[in-house]
Design a protein around this ligand. Structure first.
Ligand code: AMP
Length: 291
């Protein structure tokens, strides 16, 4: 497994691989890997000649009061997991290497995703987040030059924005979105789950249960998104109110068009049911697609 720390070395290697007529599958991550990440890695390995995984905790996608400094990191364990999966290349640049002189405010305007994709759902609570995501993924895409790039459905809004970016930059990259990997009780795996205290860990399962309720209502014929939103919001909020931990807060429980992320009045096309909540110090998100 080859470790690469500079943008220029990554770019040189990608050019050599492409010149040899081989395909590259790319999995961008912020490390502290779990089975969700590894499902993407396995797909990238199977579907391409060369598998590149990046590990980079990207400062520009964290807000000023968010958890960039405390974000969980375990580089040695990540390296071991990737070596066991026979990953070919790990690209792990430093912040200085990725952004020699550039700050978020200097993002090239042509890769700033449109407001209709970034101002809703998570973007309403993390106003600069998706601009930071687009900025870092754009740099990666140009250096790694993948044929296919792998993302988890868990970060649904991110996948819509990455597809926009790939189209906009004419990168000709197949954006592959794979299902959310869950713990045995349904909680979506996330690096941030380590923040959860045992009592919080038990409670957060309500998010998955709310999504299951949405699915059940839809399967029983309900097509009015507002009625489903009300029912799942009530379920989550009631659970949070009955908790003694007062630091639980539902940020949103919304149904939107799965392609455009716009609000809808009737579920006719695939629609995403997305939820976000804060429990103690942990912000959790989850979603399912209906239709
Ligand atoms: P992160 O390290 O959190 O930035 O995630 C890197 C990639 O892994 C993103 O495409 C995520 O959507 C994906 N991912 C994170 N959690 C999961 C999960 N539970 N199941 C599938 N993919 C995931």
């Amino acid at each position: 497994m080859r470790m690469i720390r500079t943008r220029s070395e990554m770019e040189r290697l990608s050019k050599t691989i492409k010149a040899a007529g081989k395909t590259i599958g790319f999995v961008p991550t912020m490390g502290f890997l779990h089975e969700g990440h590894m499902s993407l890695v396995r797909a990238a390995r199977q579907e391409n000649d060369v598998c590149v995984v990046s590990i980079f905790v990207n400062p520009t996608q964290f807000g000023p009061s968010e958890d960039f400094d405390s974000y969980p990191r375990d580089f040695q364990k990540d390296k071991k997991m990737l070596a066991e999966e026979k990953v070919d290349v790990v690209f792990c640049p430093t912040v200085k290497e990725m952004y020699p002189n550039v700050t978020l405010s200097q993002t090239p305007p042509d890769i700033i995703p449109p407001k209709n994709l970034t101002a809703c759902l998570c973007g309403a609570f993390r106003p600069t987040h998706f601009q930071g995501v687009a900025q870092v993924v754009d740099i990666f895409f140009h250096r790694v030059k993948p044929d296919r790039a792998y993302f988890g459905q868990k970060d649904f809004q991110q996948t819509v924005i990455i597809k926009w970016l790939a189209r906009k930059a004419h990168l000709n990259i197949d954006i592959r979105v794979l299902p959310t990997i869950r713990e045995s009780d349904g909680l979506a795996m996330s690096s941030r789950n380590v923040y959860l205290k045992p009592k919080e860990r038990k409670r957060v399962i309500i998010l998955f249960q709310a999504l299951q309720l949405a699915k059940e209502l839809y399967e029983n014929g309900e097509r009015n998104p507002q009625r489903i939103e009300r029912k799942i919001s009530n379920l989550i909020s009631q659970n949070f109110l009955t908790s003694r931990n007062q630091e639980m807060k539902l940020q949103y429980a919304e149904i939107r068009d799965a392609e455009t992320l716009q609000s809808i009045h009737e579920i006719k096309h695939p629609a995403v049911v997305a939820v976000a909540a804060i429990i103690g110090k942990t912000r959790l998100i989850d979603n399912i697609v209906l239709g």
